[in-house]
Design a protein around this ligand. Structure first.
Ligand SMILES: Cc1cc2nc3c(=O)[nH]c(=O)nc-3n(C[C@H](O)[C@H](O)[C@H](O)COP(=O)(O)OP(=O)(O)OC[C@H]3O[C@@H](n4cnc5c(N)ncnc54)[C@H](O)[C@@H]3O)c2cc1C
Length: 480
């Protein structure tokens, strides 16, 4: 067991806690470790919060000596997937939110060097008024840039994995290492995430064999104009609408960044039942670039949306208002206004305590028939008493669309909580049967086996043979 004395004088240690929330318990968890998903109770050995990167190596060595597996988190706001909780019992939480320095920003070359505690809001604020922006996600401004990149989350402009240029790591034996591209006087001057030779960055994303203490994050050129066209369609025309959007994406009429919202998710943007008893689906078609380019594309799209044969039609302007435009433009939003709209007014600090939400994130072919099948599977999985989930779809490219299924439940009601978990279990089974498992599992559904067991075993043997790091959500059970 690690004690506060194992941390250098600058480090802060948080109170150890026993994680014993029961499904449906009104208590979200122990102080400091609440979880909006109300997952299976976890027992943790405690929590440590270093204040600087050099303290992390000491903590890793101390954890190895004490044989207490470490579970690193950046800001621990992985809502719906387990938040800060580990997969297995008895891990020590390594809370890296205290490492919150923006070490470097290079506007000309387009990168920032950030530590795990740097939030989307902090980096966005730092970039205000410059020609560069962060590829924001739709989550709170108080979530970590690194935490989401390590999840390989999805930003508004591209998958977050594409924003990663380099990682600074503490390995299981406490040694420091770097992967990918880093600014250095003698090194390559152009940001090249893959560099020369083996490309190692993504060996450490969706992985649990090192602690990340900093990353080089690529910044996008800030577009001169942002134009988000809202388009709506009846739920009964889902397959046709998706096929139309796929054709527009493949044809280069819209970039592969379209977001599609089912009638429940569309309510966030003011689309309500007024559109009909079943509500309406909404799509955000995001056009960015020089004003004449976005105007020309908007003209072509608007003409197509007005055609009688088109399953989609123009949506009301309020469905893509100033807050939506600001997010795509990477603008600072200190009040976290758009996020609060999505959580019914809840701020980042209160989500884990006062909301019940689970997330299911399957990747589905970008085809009308497949997306319609996915909607049917979600509906069929619903347990009696489970509210209709919100479904948001992120177009990733012309062939792939990931789904964000958000199950909401009353965390104070044991029946509602248990029903939501049974619905989640069923979706895992039915989507896996179609070959559409989630690209990010939650803490109750880690994979049963590695997809590439031979390599996996060798990498574990090389990087963390003694289990210094707790099993993550992406790893099969250890065969040590
Ligand atoms: C309304 C709403 C909207 C959302 N929108 C989006 C969205 O648009 N896109 C999206 O991707 N997600 C979205 N999310 C999901 C989620 O909240 C985010 O993905 C969030 O960024 C993850 O939490 P975090 O940044 O605190 O990361 P953390 O919880 O700190 O980290 C995530 C995981 O990465 C690993 N990890 C973190 N830091 C380290 C480290 N330093 N070293 C080693 N391993 C580490 C750990 O396994 C950890 O569990 C949304 C959630 C809600 C409620």
């Amino acid at each position: 067991m690690i004690s506060p004395s194992d941390v250098s004088p600058h480090g802060r240690s948080r109170t150890a806690g026993v994680v014993t929330p029961a499904y449906g318990s009104s208590e979200a968890g122990p102080a400091g470790l609440p979880d909006s998903g109300r997952f299976r109770p976890r027992r943790v050995a405690g929590a440590v919060r270093p204040g600087a990167a050099d303290e992390v190596a000491c903590l890793v060595r101390a954890a190895a000596a004490a044989r207490t597996p470490l579970h690193p988190v950046s800001t621990g706001r992985n809502w719906g997937l387990g938040s800060a909780l580990p997969v297995d019992d008895d891990a020590l939480l390594l809370d890296l939110s205290g490492l919150d320095r923006i070490r470097d920003v290079d506007i000309r070359r387009g990168f920032a060097v950030v530590e795990p505690g740097v939030t989307q809001g902090a980096l966005t604020g730092r970039l205000a008024g410059t020609d560069r922006m962060l590829n924001l996600t739709g989550a709170s401004r108080h979530t970590s840039v690194i935490g989401n990149i390590l999840e390989r989350g999805v930003g508004l402009h591209r998958p977050r994995a594409e924003d990663l240029a380099g990682l600074e790591l503490v390995l299981a034996d406490g040694e420091l290492a770097r992967t990918g591209w880093w600014p250095s006087p003698g090194g390559p001057a152009v940001v090249q995430p893959h560099g020369r030779g083996p490309s190692l960055n993504h060996l450490f994303t969706q992985a649990s064999w090192a602690v990340v203490t900093a990353a080089v994050v690529r910044l996008l050129p800030r577009p001169r104009t942002v134009r988000i066209l809202p388009a709506v369609f009846p739920p009964g025309r889902l397959a046709e609408a998706v096929d139309t959007l796929r054709a527009w994406t493949a044809g280069g009429l819209v970039p592969a960044t379209t977001k599609i919202y089912d009638p429940v998710a569309a309510r966030t943007y003011g689309i309500r039942e007024a559109t009909g008893p079943d509500g309406a689906c909404l799509a955000h078609l995001a056009l960015t670039g020089d004003a004449d380019v976005t105007a020309a594309l908007a003209g072509v799209l608007t003409a197509r949306l007005r055609q009688d044969s088109c399953p989609l039609s123009e949506g009301p302007e309020r469905a893509a208002d100033a807050e939506v435009h600001a997010a795509y433009a990477g603008e600072h939003d200190p009040g976290d206004a758009l996020f609060r709209r999505k959580t019914g007014g809840c701020c980042a600090r209160c989500v884990d305590r006062s909301r019940g939400l689970l997330m299911f994130l399957p990747v589905v072919p970008f085809e009308g028939g497949a997306v319609e099948t996915a909607a049917t599977l979600i509906d069929a999985a619903r347990e009696e008493g489970t509210a209709r989930p919100g479904i948001m779809m992120n177009v990733l490219d012309a062939d792939t669309i990931d789904h964000v299924v958000t199950l909401r439940f009353d965390p104070a009601d044991p029946l509602s909580t248990a029903a939501a978990h049974r619905t989640l279990d069923r979706m895992h089974v039915s989507f896996a049967a179609h070959g559409w498992p989630p690209y990010r599992p939650d803490i109750d559904h880690p994979p049963a086996a590695a997809t590439d067991p031979v390599l996996h075993r060798r990498l574990v043997g090389a990087l963390d043979p003694h289990g210094v790091f707790a099993r993550g959500r992406f790893a099969p059970p250890p065969d040590r």
